[in-house]
Design a binder for this molecule. Structure first.
Ligand code: R5P
Length: 296
C-alpha cells in the first residue's frame, strides 16, 4: 500500500549536509553525458553553481501578460543581463535576435488557456525543433495533484526520454493548482517525483517554512520560481532566502519585468545569486541603478 504519510515531518533531511557531486559542480549531474553537462554549464555558472534565468513564457497560456506586451521593446534589452532565458519557440523565432548567444530553456508544453483547466496540457514541441533552435534545455509544467496529473507526468517522462536521446536537459516546473496548499510537504512531493522520474532541473516555488527540506530531499538542482509581483525588497529577500536554503538560483518573471526598473532588478538579483549579497545590499544596488536611470 502506498505510504500516504511518507512526508511525515519527522523525516531526516540533513539540510546542512550538501549532496555529494562526484566531480561535477552541479547536483545530480555527474553521470550525465558530455552534451548534457555542457548545456547545464551554460545555464548554471560553473563558478557559482547558480543561475539567474529570466522567465518570459507566460504568453503560452495567458496571452500578452503585463510587461510582456512588447517583448521586442521591453524584454530584448534585458536579455544580456540574464544567465538563461525561459521562453516559447514562437517568441524565440519571431522576436529574439539570433545573434543572442544566451542559453535558451524552451517551453515545450501547452494546450489550455487561462480560461480552461490548466493541467490539461500536452507536449507542444517536437524535439527536432528544439534541436533546430539550438536550445540548452527543454521545459514543461507538471501538475502534481491536478486533474490531469498523470498526463502531465507522462508528458514529462516523454520529454526527458527525448532530451536524453540528444543530450538536452529537461526542467520540470511544479505547477500549483488554485485549490492546492502551497507548503513544503507539497513541494517535497512534487519536486522529488519530478527528479525521480528523470527531470534534470526542477523549478518550484519558495515557501517560508521548510524550503530547505524541499531542496535537500531533491537530488537535482532547484531553481526558485518568482510568482506574482511583490515589492522589490520582498522579492530580493525571497531570492536570498531560497539560495541560502539550497536553491541553485532563480527563474523569475513578473518580479523582474513588472518592476519599476527591470534592468536594475536583474542586476540586484544577480548580486544575490552570484555575489552573495544580502537583501539590503541588493536593494541598495537596485535603488541606485533605478535612480541613476541607467536601466529603465
Ligand atoms: C508558469 O506557468 C511559467 O513557467 C512562468 O514562466 C513562470 O513560472 C512564471 O514566472 P513568474 O512566476 O516569476 O512570473
Amino acid at each position: 500500500m502506498a505510504d500516504r504519510d511518507g512526508s511525515k515531518e519527522a523525516k531526516k533531511f540533513y539540510e546542512d549536509i550538501p549532496a555529494e557531486n562526484y566531480g561535477f559542480f552541479l547536483k545530480g549531474a555527474s553521470s550525465l553525458d558530455w552534451g548534457m553537462k555542457n548545456r547545464l554549464s551554460r545555464i548554471f555558472n560553473p563558478k557559482t553553481g547558480k543561475t539567474l534565468m529570466l522567465a518570459i513564457d507566460h504568453g503560452y497560456f495567458q496571452g500578452p501578460t503585463t510587461g510582456l506586451e512588447r517583448i521586442d521593446l521591453n524584454i530584448v534589452p534585458l536579455m544580456p543581463y540574464a544567465d538563461a532565458l525561459m521562453l516559447t519557440r514562437g517568441i524565440l523565432r519571431t522576436t529574439v535576435p539570433p545573434t543572442l548567444t544566451k542559453p535558451i530553456v524552451m517551453r515545450c508544453s501547452g494546450g489550455p488557456s487561462i480560461l480552461k483547466e490548466l493541467s490539461d496540457e500536452h507536449l507542444a514541441v517536437d524535439i527536432e525543433d528544439a534541436i533546430r533552435m539550438n536550445v540548452a534545455a527543454i521545459t514543461l509544467q507538471v501538475f502534481i495533484g491536478g486533474e490531469f496529473e498523470s498526463r502531465s507526468i507522462h508528458n514529462m517522462t516523454r520529454l526527458v526520454d527525448m532530451g536524453l536521446k540528444y543530450g538536452i536537459p529537461t526542467m520540470a516546473v511544479t505547477a500549483v493548482g488554485k485549490d492546492m496548499v502551497r507548503d513544503a510537504r507539497y513541494f517535497r512531493l512534487a519536486c522529488r517525483m519530478c527528479a525521480e522520474l528523470g527531470a534534470q532541473i526542477i523549478k518550484t516555488y519558495y515557501v517560508p517554512e521548510g524550503f530547505e527540506t524541499v531542496t535537500s530531499s531533491c537530488p537535482v538542482p532547484i531553481v526558485m520560481a518568482g510568482g506574482k509581483k511583490i515589492p522589490e525588497m520582498d522579492a530580493l529577500t525571497m531570492a536570498y532566502n531560497a539560495v541560502q536554503e539550497g536553491a541553485a538560483g532563480v527563474d523569475m518573471g513578473r518580479n523582474i519585468f513588472q518592476s519599476d526598473s527591470p534592468k536594475a532588478m536583474m542586476r540586484a538579483v544577480a548580486n544575490i545569486i552570484h555575489e552573495g549579497a544580502s537583501p539590503d545590499e541588493a536593494y541598495e544596488l537596485y535603488e541606485t541603478m533605478k535612480n541613476q536611470k541607467v536601466a529603465k
